[in-house]
Design a protein around this ligand. Structure first.
Ligand SMILES: [Zn+2]
Length: 398
């Protein structure tokens, strides 16, 4: 099964009208399932322009009272499934109350892919982790019994702590590359949780995520939900796409499930502006637009002359510039993509250091260096042979 996304891309997450009015030609957009009820009219309008929608079933919301009690979440056909122990122990209940409704909801709403239901855990030895594999198998079984269904994405919902241990990441790769999954899935949908912040993550965590992405992307689409600038790094390493949302809350977290999206990471959206040259947002509290003499000629900023002061225009600026950054490397080989990104990250480090030294701005720089190192390390990577294949090759040689 060939990859559907032959060139790595950026998939915006639907929150409001920004995608629709951005004028950017996105191949897909993503919506959290319960958002279909929150802004249904705007969603339909967006879908008319961008037919390929990925519906994240956000079934891990069932683990958190603050989420499943939301009125929009309550409208999902599987919202009553809050007894997680029963999901794990009762196959009939799991199938009828969760797996089938999750598939049907995505099919009914004409999703471009089917994402199997998933729960989140920070422990690969837990029953939740193995139950995710069970639900993936059940989803596969149901889809096999039906005529033409959208391609299947296997969700991998992992916590940032798991990523530090290479034995654990190897185990995850082995589980999801195992049959019958590997032949049957179009790709993998990696959901980052437990407060994984790509700017604060240590090098081992970033390397773990890069390794999983690389190993799974050999012949499958890997889509990562949801990341900031490190998504560009993973695209160069092998991912087909990363999801991010205009205006903040870049990294999906448990906290995000549990509170309003307005103040994630303490960010007041109306004060933050996206600076692609820094791979990040900067705050007007730290630097004013005139201080850094930053000009942008994108369609979102054109009318404002400089950075748009209106929040809606800032989001459009984000969508345009994020996509433009991805398109810089279209058509390049993997090695060229990595080289290009290494150069841009080096430039970002110099720029950020300049702001720190000359303007006294409190801007983070260390993550840019870490991301660059991950790219340099990943250059030498090869795909792991699975054990059976290795044995066969050894026998042939012997
Ligand atoms: Zn702009």
């Amino acid at each position: 099964m060939a990859k559907l996304l032959s060139e790595p891309t950026f998939i915006p997450k639907f929150l409001d009208g920004a995608i629709l009015s951005s004028g950017v030609g996105f191949s897909h957009f993503l919506i959290d399932a319960h958002y279909l009820f929150f802004r249904s009219e705007l969603f339909q309008q967006t879908r008319e322009q961008f037919p390929s929608v990925i519906i994240d079933p956000v079934t891990h919301g069932l683990q958190f009272q603050n989420t499943y009690e939301k009125p929009t979440f309550q409208q999902l056909p599987y919202s009553s499934v809050t007894d997680i122990q029963r999901v794990i122990s009762d196959p009939t209940y799991r199938l009828n109350s969760l797996v089938v409704p999750v598939i049907d909801f995505q099919v009914t709403n004409q999703a471009a892919f089917i994402i199997a239901p998933y729960l989140c855990t920070d422990d690969v030895n837990s029953t939740i982790f193995s139950n995710n594999l069970t639900m993936l198998g059940e989803t596969l079984y149901i889809l096999n019994g039906r005529d033409s269904q959208p391609p299947l994405l296997a969700p991998i919902c992992i916590g940032g702590n798991v990523l530090r241990d290479r034995r654990l990441t190897d185990y995850i790769i082995d589980c999801y590359k195992a049959e019958p999954f590997h032949s049957a899935v179009q790709g993998y949908f990696i959901i980052m949780v437990t407060d994984f912040d790509d700017r604060l993550a240590d090098e081992d965590q970033l390397l773990g995520l890069a390794d999983i992405t690389y190993q799974l992307s050999q012949d499958k689409d890997v889509i990562i939900n949801h990341l900031g600038g490190f998504g560009e790094v993973l695209n160069a390493i092998g991912a087909s796409a990363f999801v991010s949302s205009p205006g903040g809350g870049e990294t999906f977290s448990l906290k995000q499930l549990q509170q309003d999206s307005k103040n994630i990471r303490g960010r007041n959206h109306s004060l933050w502006r996206y600076v692609p040259e820094l791979f990040d947002y900067i705050s007007e509290d730290l630097l004013g637009p005139e201080e850094i003499n930053y000009r942008c000629d994108c369609a979102g900023c054109a009318n404002a002359g400089t950075f748009p002061s209106v929040y809606a225009a800032r989001k459009i600026h984000f969508l345009i510039k994020r996509m433009a950054a991805i398109q810089l490397t279209t058509g390049m080989s993997r090695d060229e993509k990595i080289q290009n990104l290494i150069q841009r990250l080096s430039a970002a480090e110099s720029l950020a250091r300049g702001y720190v030294v000359n303007l006294g701005a409190d801007i983070k720089v260390a993550h840019l260096t870490k991301w660059r190192r991950i790219l340099e390390i990943s250059r030498g990577w090869n795909y792991q042979q699975d054990d059976d294949e290795l044995e066969r090759l050894l026998q042939e040689l012997g």
